[in-house]
Ligand binder design. Structure first.
Ligand code: WTA
Length: 649
């Protein structure tokens, strides 16, 4: 690697001059957070407004698994994100929206306008029959109403379950059923990269597939497309909006009342409904946003390019920024529409102070060269961030040089849907950075490495990443399946939270996340279970067996490699390949479209019939030298033919 890639980058002078947390402050606060957690959190909880301030801080155990924070506290997340800012910020933008079409007008909602809009939305939900504790599925494009809908649920104590608007009807149906969701919020259509996406149509199909009886669908008019409305079930938001008041009292919520469910992929089975509660999640997202983005009480604009359908959008488009009184930018489109300079054009237009995106987007943009970036004025920026997957030093250096002009700090933030917010990241005024390292743990976070046997590995080493103690933003359960929560995260290593990631810990105490060590893929920063893709493939009548693994992909980080054995007498040809890709898109959505389909008459199996996934992974990676022992295979010749097949691709 080049010297630039292995160098350490000091805190930039302009960051040091304004930071809310320098190196000494970080060290002192971090130490205190571990040595006296109760005292530490008692001081920090004032970052949110409580109706009743909690007396109890953490009350948790990993064996048996029972996690509570601030359990006697009462608050409302929506009030924290809106009402409490009204005295000082009524006329400050809360949400700034940039349309997919660069020529369409942007929209700004001030805090006062957001308040009125959320109250109306909440009143419409109540009129539809939504009550405290009800699960509401939100299937919306990146429009202001997505944030409004989430906050309206929070206001009345309903539990939102946002489903990314790229998931298929089948996938949505599974999530409606699992959450037993009586209500859905959607739009007529979405827009992305110049194309329209038939959202209401997908919801109609999902309702047909679901066994759960959906009582009401609230439809936002966005493109104005003509969509069928089912009598007595579907209502238009813009019509209902006129019938309700712009005032809606907020429901006092116990800190441990659920705030939302968010489905994410695991290494086995169906997606899991990760459950977050109100007090701990809000404290965590508020505090991490403030420290990681070095946010002063400044009312500036923050841009996180994620979709609200993922946890990054929940925590760092909606809850974290708004709870801090920031202005948050929502972008409907994609980085390369209408041209590859769109991100940078949006920065020039709206002038955010902070920009938070995914390595996959940076890798794609890097290929277009420096010119699309350099032609725009990015001088509003004071900080860059990345999230979602490991960033390769090459992409980090490009981001640093071209977008950051070698003067902006980069925060490489490691976290997960289950962690609620950032756990490992540089604090920009405190921690020098190294390209590719998420650096140091946030307050209260105690990471460690274990080997396959569960023994701690100390010092500079590599291993499986675990977290030794709970933090307020941690997920409390999987919706409706606490046993699966225990098995997935707390049974591999007793008394520890297992992240599913591998990591290296270097001589300076820096953490380098290397990626998943389980059967979860990270494709363009999106989590996908190999089991979900396999289940879609074997659902096709012509498929006998399938095994799915990840392989390195220049842009996506990981690509989806599928080994497929057709049923006897069926040819694995281009037509079948196209059918299978369509099947996966239908079952899950376009994000899961296989990159490679490798037809094979057999899969490598042990004599007891277990598929040797390790070998399949190596072959997909084009790494034939280290296949390990293949003599335990029922038919070792399968491996030779798979290698030959891989070489021909
Ligand atoms: C990966 C997204 C390396 C990791 C917030 C994790 C990362 C999974 C980073 C969670 C990072 C996320 N460096 N890997 N900075 N951030 N990951 O639930 O494998 O969609 O387990 O949450 O993304 O993905 P999820």
């Amino acid at each position: 690697m080049s010297d630039a890639a292995t160098a350490t980058y000091p805190v930039p002078a302009h960051t040091a001059a304004r930071t809310i947390c320098d190196a000494d402050t970080y060290e002192a606060m971090y130490r205190r957070s571990l040595e006296d957690p109760d005292g530490f959190w008692r001081e920090q909880i004032g970052i949110v407004d409580w109706i009743k301030t909690p007396g109890v801080m953490g009350n948790w155990s990993y064996a048996p698994v029972d996690i509570k924070w601030f359990e006697d506290g009462v608050l409302n997340a929506c009030v924290n994100c809106i009402d409490r800012h009204l005295p000082a910020r009524a006329d400050q933008p809360a949400i700034v929206w940039e349309a997919d079409d660069p020529n369409a007008a942007s929209i700004t909602l001030t805090y006062a306008e957001l308040h009125a809009e959320v109250c109306r939305f909440a009143n419409v939900l109540k009129a539809m029959g939504v009550q405290k504790g009800d699960r509401v599925t939100i299937y919306l494009p990146m429009i202001p109403e997505a944030a409004v809908a989430m906050l309206a649920c929070a206001r009345i104590g309903a539990v939102h379950s946002v489903v990314f608007a790229g998931f298929s009807a089948e996938a949505v149906a599974g999530r409606i059923d699992d959450a037993k969701s009586d209500f859905i919020i959607t739009a007529d259509e979405g827009r992305r990269g110049g194309k329209t996406i038939p959202l209401k149509q997908t919801i109609d199909d999902a309702i047909c597939h679901a066994w759960h009886d959906v009582k009401g669908v609230l439809v936002v008019r966005h493109t104005g497309a003509n969509v069928p409305m089912t009598h007595e079930r579907d209502v238009w938001w813009h019509e209902q909006r006129e019938t309700v008041s712009a005032d809606c009292p907020a429901e006092p919520m116990n800190a441990e009342d659920p705030l939302f469910i968010l489905y994410t992929s695991g290494s086995t089975g169906k997606p899991k409904g990760v459950l977050h509660t109100t007090g701990g999640y809000l404290v965590w997202t508020t505090l991490t946003f403030k420290y990681v983005f070095d946010w002063r009480d400044e009312g500036a604009l923050h841009w996180c390019t994620a979709d609200v359908g993922w946890v990054t959008g929940h925590s760092y488009i909606v809850y974290g920024p708004l709870s801090n009184g920031a202005s948050t930018l929502m972008f409907e489109g994609v980085p390369n529409y209408p041209a590859v300079d769109r991100f940078w054009a949006v920065i020039e237009k709206h002038k955010p102070a902070t920009f938070y995106t995914a390595p996959t987007a940076l890798r794609a943009l890097m290929r277009e060269g420096d010119e699309p970036v350099l032609k725009h004025d990015l001088s509003s920026l004071r900080l860059l961030g990345t999230v979602g997957e490991p960033i390769n030093p090459e992409a980090w250096l490009w981001y640093h040089r071209v977008a950051g002009k070698e003067r902006l700090p980069i925060v490489d933030t490691w976290w997960q849907t289950e962690t609620g917010g950032i756990l490992i990241s540089p604090l920009p005024g405190a921690i020098p950075t190294k390209p590719g390292s998420a650096t140091k743990p946030f307050f209260g976070i105690e990471p460690a490495l274990v080997d396959a046997e569960g023994k701690f590995v100390d010092g500079p080493a590599s291993g499986n990443l675990v977290i030794k103690r709970s933090w307020p933003g941690q997920a409390r359960s999987l919706y409706g399946d606490h046993q699966r929560f225990i098995e997935t995260y707390f049974s591999a290593y007793k008394g520890l939270y297992f992240t599913g990631d591998g990591s290296r810990h270097d001589e300076d105490g820096y953490w380098w996340i290397t990626g998943r060590v389980d059967d979860v893929l990270n494709v363009s920063g999106h989590r996908l279970g190999t089991a979900e893709v396999e289940s879609a493939l074997v659902g096709h009548a012509k498929v006998a067996e399938a095994a799915v693994v990840g392989y390195p992909h220049d842009i996506k980080g990981q690509g989806i490699y599928c080994y497929v054995t057709p049923i006897a007498g069926v040819e694995g040809d281009a037509a079948l390949e196209a059918e299978l890709k369509a099947e996966v898109r239908r079952e899950i959505g376009p994000i899961a479209t296989p990159d490679q389909i490798h037809f094979t008459p057999a899969l490598p199996k042990t004599r007891s019939g277990k598929i040797m996934r390790r070998i399949l992974r190596k072959i997909a990676e084009n790494d034939f030298g280290s296949l390990g022992d293949t003599t335990t295979l029922a038919d070792p010749s399968v491996v030779d033919s798979l290698i030959a097949g891989r070489k021909n691709r």
